[in-house]
Each structure stands twice: as C-alpha cells, then as structure tokens.
Design a protein around this ligand. Sequence first.
Ligand SMILES: Cc1ncc(COP(=O)(O)O)c(C=O)c1O
Length: 475
Amino acid sequence: MKLYEQVADELRQRIDQGYYRCGDRLPSIRALSREHDISIATVQEAYRLLEDQGLAQARPKSGYYVRPRPATPAMPAISRPAQRPLEVSQWEQVLDLLCANEEPGILALGRGMPDIDTPSLKPLHRTLADSRLAGSRSFAYDSLRGSGQLRQQVARLCVDSGCQLHPDDIIITTGCQEALSICLRAVTHPGDVVAVDSPSFYGTMQAIKAIGLKAMEIPTDPVTGISLEALELALEKWPIRAIQVTPTCNNPLGYTMPEENRRQLLSLAQRFDVAIIEDDIYGDLSYQFPRPRTIKSFDSDGRVLLCSSFSKTVAPGLRVGWVAPGRYGEQVMHMKYVGTGACATLPQLALAEFVAQGHYQRHLRRMRAQYQQSRDQMIAWVERYFPAGTRISYPQGGFLLWVELPGDADSIRLNERLLSQGIRIGPGPLFSASGKYRNCLRLNYSDKPSERIERAVQKVGEEATRMLLELNRVA
Ligand SMILES: Cc1ncc(COP(=O)(O)O)c(C=O)c1O
C-alpha cells in the first residue's frame, strides 16, 4: 500500500468507527503532515482518494469534512425459516455451484472466492517455489495435529480475536469444510438436531445432511445475527446437540453479531449444555479494527469449537484450515484421522512462513480496504440496476453481498437464464435446508470493480426486472 493510501485508510477507519461523524471537520493538511511526518502533497493525495471514495468533501478555505452518506438501501427482512428440524435438501444446486470452476468464460458472481491475483500474495508464490521447502521434508507425513510451525503462527493470530491458545490446542485441517464436518461428527450422533443461523453456509448444511443430522434453522437478523429469543425457544422444544453459527462477517448475510449477543449465546449454550461450532473463516476480513472477538474468546468450559481457514483470507486452493476443539479434542482428532489423516505438508510450511514474516498482516490490511471499497461500489450498482424494492445487505467484512428481490422473483430460474449470458449467481435456496430464499441471491465483490463486472451486474438486474414483468403479466 502506498503512503497516501495508508493515510487515507486510517482516516476511513476512523470515519467508519464513528470517530469522525457526518459533517465533522477532518484534520487539516498541515496537522496530518506533521502527525505522520509526511509531505503536504502526500496528505493532499490521501484526501483526493477519500473524495473519490465519496467519504470526504472539500469546502473552500475551510478544509475537508466527512461527507454525509447517501441514504442506505433497505436491508433484507429478518428470516422466517420453518419452525421444526428438517432434513437438508438442495445438494444438486450446491453441486452445480461447486463445479462452476470448470466453466470457461463464465463470470462467477456467486462464488466464494477471494481476490487471489493481488500482489500482496507474491511472497507466498516465492515461498512455495523455495527449494528448501519443496525438499524431502514436505514429502513426509506431517503430524496428525499439523505442522508445529503453523500451529504456533495460528495461535498467535488468534490473540487478535481475544483467544489465548497454545499451539497444542489447535489441529490443522484440510480447509474449514473439514474442520466443520469433523466437529459436527465429534459432538453429535446420527438423528440429532443442530441449530443453525438462516440463511446459512451451504457447506455446513450439506455436512449436517451427510452425517444424518437435522437442521433447525433459526430466524436471523441481517444486522445482529441469530435471534437469541428464537434460539432459546428452539432449545426448550427440540433435542438440539450443537449450535453452528458464523457470527463475524457472516456468509451470506455479512453481519457481525454484537459482543453482548455473543456472550448471551454462550450463556444459552451453557444453560442447555450444548456445544457451539463457531465458524470464523471471514473474521480476519472484518472492516472493523481491531477485529471482533470470537465467541471462543469468552469460553470458560471448552464447549466452543472454533473453525477457520486461510481460504478466504489468503487462497482456497491451499486447503489449509484449523480447529481449536476445546474439550472435544480427542473426538475431533479421531474424526480427522479417519477422514483425511495428516494434511499436505508443503502448503502448511509455506503459510507458516508467510505469517511469520509479517506478509499475512500486510496482505490483510490491503484486502480489507479493497473489499470495503468494492462493497460500496457493488451496493451502488445493485441499487442502480436492480428492480425497485430490492433489499441489500450491508456486509461488515468479507466480500459477499446478499440481495433480496421483490415479489415472486426466482433466483434459480434467474441463474439459468443468466448462464446463457455468461454469468453465474449464487441462488438463495442453497443457503436454506428447505429451499427457502428463492427470491434471494448472493453476489461476490472480491475482484476490483471493473467495467466487465458492472456490465454483468447490470445484466443480472435487467434480467430480474424482465422476470418480474413477465410474472406480473401472467398474474
Ligand atoms: C462460512 C464458510 N465456512 C466454511 C467454508 C469452507 O471453507 P474451506 O474452503 O476452507 O473449506 C466456506 C467456503 O465457502 C464458508 O463460506
């Protein structure tokens, strides 16, 4: 990141955190130049960038002020899933999305892929090509628990989310998907019920299905997350064995659950004596600094199993994730062994080095800023091109947007129509056990905004509008 971008980023964070509010005067050019010991021209450049991003405005002879935000679009409604445990469906739809990488020429707007072409990943390319790492050590089986070097770095990273973990508290997994699936196996028996936020990540729900469990979808608020009242009622009524949530930069809704709600969720789990499987895969991509604390960081009796990976922060193709399983360590290790055994060694060693040398934190700073800017651009495009009455999430981190179309729009049919135009979206029903959210879709904004993406969003909006008109004509 260039110096002026760093200064602009710092100011943007202060604006986002409410330190400077709409209409407030921002520090003078001279004051910033003195504070950072940088030239006047660099500060001017930083302010020009903030102006371009719509965050600051210059007033003649007075300085720079925080620009009032345009009215934000309506958020999706709080979800109302079925009020009973269900067997998970939708596998064919999920498979369709997962095999989408094989489609050349399709712009995959529904995928969960981060930006993997960013220059901040160059040090990782170099490390992976390093002959010292590629030697016979990486041809050997690693410990079942995973590389000690990497577990040490992961334990250090967890400090940022309030967790004091020893490297031996961590087990490296083949991505977060394996972490989630072995945790589910470790804390349940076939036929048990798992409470999930709704809409919810399809990978966890498919694991619930494969293990022979039922999903109890809990109403979820697009700003504060899973409804604690509804969860309490469900815990009273059904034999729930585990609660699975993604409280930080949720996929697909983008919310970050307030700290007080996290503590209350943990108290509920303690009262009903159930495990919490916390998915923190997007946590380090929070736009908030410092990043929110995990539920795991408040856990006093080891009932929280914290799952994560480098798939969203660095690169999903490395397939490196981890779990801090608390009191369920033995069961999780057993499930890990019978599932995949030890993980591939080379990606673990390369990532350990990438983190140890400070490249990970630098890369994160860059990606958080990029994704936050892209979020605002994507929201502006959806507002411009989608039918009136569309509701849009306001993600607090990561790179995924949840869009609720008005009326009876059908995102599965919309996706089919868009494929012939070279575009794929993430249809809403993938994120529900019973195929709800037919009028919703997920969009990815990890790539830097470009004309190609804008044109694709425009086509999605136009096709959705056309579909609604057709439906109205038939009705
Ligand atoms: C919320 C969530 N959890 C877990 C996963 C799986 O991650 P991984 O690719 O590390 O297995 C994903 C990937 O899309 C995800 O979005």
